[in-house]
Design a protein around this ligand. Structure first.
Ligand code: FE2
Length: 130
């Protein structure tokens, strides 16, 4: 079960929070994939996921830059790795069932864990600077 976005995950930046909520929503859609999901559904979901994630990473990195976040470079690398792994996952899994399973593991690991562990560090740091 994918966790739901919660106020305690807020970075107190409207744009970023909105994007995180949408990523949680998309992850829940991935989590709900079942035997009725068609190849076309998956294609559409992977596409919107990829585009949304890429744009979000860019916006989040701009935000980190704007507040002078010291771990920006490291965080950028984590984003880069996620994008790379995502691309590899799509490339490697041609049959439907393994791809569905992979997507479930991947969204949880890359996205939700990333938001909860690494993105929250940005807010923690910001609050320490006040
Ligand atoms: Fe991030």
């Amino acid at each position: 079960m994918i966790s739901q976005w919660d106020e305690k995950y807020s970075l107190h930046v409207e744009k970023i929070d909105k994007q995180h909520k949408e990523l949680f929503r998309l992850s829940a859609l991935v989590d709900a994939l079942d035997e009725n999901t068609t190849k076309d559904d998956i294609k559409k979901l992977l596409n919107s996921f990829f585009i949304y994630m890429r744009d979000h990473f860019r916006d989040e990195e701009n935000y980190m830059k704007s507040i002078g976040y010291p771990l920006l470079k490291k965080h950028h690398l984590l984003h880069h790795e996620i994008i790379e792994d995502f691309t590899q996952m799509v490339k490697k899994n041609h049959s439907l069932e393994p791809l569905k399973q992979q997507m479930k593991i991947a969204t949880k690991k890359w996205l939700i864990d990333h938001i909860l562990n690494n993105d929250l560090k940005i807010e923690k740091w910001r609050l320490q600077q006040l």
